[in-house]
Ligand binder design. Sequence first.
Ligand code: SF4
Ligand code: SF4
Length: 425
Amino acid sequence: MSENDYTDMWTNLGIDLEAHDRLMKTLGQFYGDIYLSQTNRPEGMKYLDFVLSEIHGLRIRELLEAKNEGRKIVGTFCLYVPEEIVLAADGVCIGLCAGAEVGTEQAEQILPRNTCALIKSFFGFKLARLCPYTESCDLVIGETTCDGKTKAYELFAELADVFVIEVPNTKGDAGRSLWRSEIGRLKNKIEELSGRTITADGLRAAIETVNAKRRALARLNALRETVPAPISGRDALLINQVQFYDDPVRFTAKLNELCDELDDRVQRGIGVAPAEAPRILVSGCPMAAPNWKVPYIIEKNGAVIVGEESCVGERGTRNLVPETGRSVDEMLDQIAERYFRIDCAVFTPNEDRMGHVREMSERYGANGVVHYALQFCTPYAMEAGKVERALKADGVPMLRIETDYGMEDFAQIETRVQAFLEILR
Ligand code: SF4
Ligand code: SF4
């Protein structure tokens, strides 16, 4: 999508230039249709448009410069991997995307076809040599959340340097102590990788950096509680996606600037959609960039997405790590505790999530909830029924969508969304 010439950089990373060129053209087109076609967008979104236009260019150059300075690039695929620990060792933490249907055929030669699109996508990006982020990583941190990812990392370790942390799936004392010891093991691994000792000052600074980012995202979310919504759900999703790639300090400053603008819009009653547009909460699986299909369908049909009960949304940003820890161990305890509260569907039981969906739907004044699950994602598909029942108790209707990254079901999903919005109007 960039006009600058990064050919040498991509060649050195081993990227398949022809296929990459095709991918960037398709993405550029997709971005234009879904994002740039919106009217009445906040000015602050120009920064996000710029980041997206340079997503495989300028940001990769920055990462390679950081590498040249001896800093390590660490890739992650899940909210359970604490960015604070990577930052404390002066590393760069990148949430690898896995939101596009890329290299699927190659991926399916290694993985079963009935694997979720997210897993197939991260394999596909690697096998097709299409992702400069994946190729820049010194280490990828996996986690034993769902079975698909757990087994996939074993195979992925044949293609890249992978370190897997064990995430329990129950939240009792045994799970908590296992998780705390895994956080310690991760800290040791990051120290070994970086050749640096994590100090209390370094870890505290990292906690403050990540907290500041989460505060800015929470500020954005709070602004979306107003009627009319000051920003579209698509733009908010993009912000949530970019936070996994961008430099955290710069991103926080830019997001706060955007929030100042939204504050002003709220004061003046300026909305991105009419006040009577149906307000939708999206709940479920992560939507890694550039997975924009379902939000696009929802908003293209006249609704506005006001919140995301998702890993790329409030599941990832609620709860801060206390900034009061004095020793590294105390701060690691606090980090472990904060992350242990994430209400991923891989946990059993997982009542917190039901509470969060209900609380969010009320706080954002949602008229309906769209539950989004990737095909073959057992944890979220299984939980959809419970979420629906919990919302029913509050009289909030829910639409279940199960899909992948392909476009074949676009019209079918659109018809179902239109029918759902009719009920809400
Ligand atoms: S859904 Fe669960 S396993 Fe998947 S990214 Fe989110 S927290 Fe991690
Ligand atoms: S979307 Fe579901 S199946 Fe896929 S990696 Fe995440 S939790 Fe696992």
